[in-house]
Design a protein around this ligand. Structure first.
Ligand SMILES: NC(=O)c1ccc[n+]([C@@H]2O[C@H](COP(=O)([O-])OP(=O)(O)OC[C@H]3O[C@@H](n4cnc5c(N)ncnc54)[C@H](O)[C@@H]3O)[C@@H](O)[C@H]2O)c1
Ligand SMILES: [Zn+2]
Ligand SMILES: [Zn+2]
Length: 363
């Protein structure tokens, strides 16, 4: 098969690799129908995630079709359309039993395109298939569910739920990339009073307003702390969601927050940030961190099915899966291409596979 392979910092190629095979009875092999690229893949390509070994297939977000299952897989059959999410769950370890799949110690957690071969490929081996994939309702397109593989549950769980957004709250979201925009989208499920988006880039802020922010602050030109204080009668935001991953924006969140407020960090940080305890100790603030668990994926899927959540505006560019290298160039140049998420689409399933698997024929 063909796959997008990481060859060390700055190097990647769409090339021939061996087809994946069942290695454990709990595995499934999934044919990838749609995949996408994450900001984290760009971090890997920069060499920021050294655990990713050269030779690894990248990607941790996909919708596909089950083509083979191991002997122990009981809830999936070939032909099932599934969402393969960034987090895998062994279903047995202490953390999986607490619903904290991101912390799985039984061989799951974030493994695709990280510790094992990923999903930007024609086929993928999916460990712990029964407890890790989500069946896709027939009525939904790949694009309607694809962003449930990472950005939506991440923004909702690590941002909105950790930040405990309540009706009427003023929520400040720092960073309006895909994660910040997904936080803007899912914060609205909790009826906040005001959503304030903060970013350096005016085109990202335009998107933030389209996705439901009430106020946009361009913090290269305006003093974000001053503006938030003005909007909140001098108190500060009830919740600040950090969706960038640099020290300045974490520190900004701790300055924007009202006494008794909540700072939910979502950004992946590569450098230490300063925690100003000399100012914060008396302010009763709560600071949370986290990797996504994806426990809310079924709930978000139901909201999409019910027409109450529409993630399709994230898809700004589409490429054939075989053009993954070009897709990386466009996604990596988001400042000029204005890309949010690029969708990689496999060629339609051939008649041969439909017959072999007795797949339903769709238009
Ligand atoms: N915790 C998790 O489980 C998890 C999962 C996925 C992604 N992430 C992380 O979330 C973060 C956001 O992801 P993304 O894909 O949206 O990233 P992105 O790079 O596409 O977007 C970041 C945004 O922040 C803005 N920005 C940069 N510096 C800023 C500053 N000083 N002030 C205000 N805005 C600034 C940029 O203009 C951009 O719009 C990343 O660090 C990513 O690695 C975390
Ligand atoms: Zn990701
Ligand atoms: Zn586990």
């Amino acid at each position: 098969m063909k796959a997008l392979v990481y060859h060390g910092p700055g190097q990647r190629a769409w090339e021939d690799v061996p087809d994946p095979t069942i290695q454990e009875p709990t595995d499934a092999i999934v044919r990838i129908d749609s995949s996408t690229i994450c900001g984290t893949d760009l971090h890997i390509l920069k060499g920021d995630v050294p655990e990713v070994k050269p030779g690894t297939v990248l990607g941790h977000e996909a919708v596909g079709t089950v083509v083979e299952t191991g002997n122990a897989v009981t809830t999936l059959v070939p032909g099932d359309r599934v969402l393969v999410s960034c987090i895998t769950s062994c279903g047995r370890c202490r953390f999986c039993r607490e619903g904290r799949y991101g912390l799985c110690t039984g061989g799951g957690g974030w493994i695709f395109g990280h510790l094992i071969d990923g999903l930007q490929a024609e086929l993928a081996r999916v460990p712990f298939a029964d407890t890790s994939v989500y069946k896709v309702p027939d009525a939904l397109t790949d694009e309607q569910v694809l962003f449930l593989a990472d950005i939506l549950p991440t923004a909702y769980e690590v941002g909105v739920l950790n930040g405990a957004v309540e009706p009427g709250d003023t929520v400040a979201i720092v960073g309006a990339g895909p994660i910040g925009l997904a936080a803007i989208m899912t914060a609205q499920l909790h009826s906040p009073g005001h959503i304030v988006a903060i970013d350096l880039d005016s085109s990202r802020l335009e998107k933030a307003l389209e996705f439901g922010a009430d106020v946009a602050i361009e913090n290269s030109k305006e003093d974000a702390v001053q503006k938030v204080l003005e909007l909140t009668g001098g108190l500060g935001a009830d919740v600040a969601i950090e969706a960038v991953g640099v020290p300045e924006t974490f520190e900004l969140c701790t300055e924007l927050i009202r006494p008794g407020g909540r700072v939910a960090n979502v950004g992946v940080h590569g450098h230490p940030a300063t925690l100003h305890l000399e100012k914060l100790w008396i302010r009763d603030v709560l600071i949370t961190t986290g990797l996504v668990d994806t426990t809310t994926t079924p709930k978000l899927l139901k909201l999409i099915e019910a027409g109450r959540l529409d993630p399709t505006p994230f898809a700004t560019h589409r490429f054939a899966l075989a053009d993954a290298e070009e897709a990386y160039d466009v996604f990596g140049a988001a400042a000029s291409s204005h890309a949010l998420k690029v969708v990689l689409e496999a060629a339609p399933v051939g008649q041969e596979l439909i017959e072999e698997l007795e797949l339903p024929v769709t238009a």
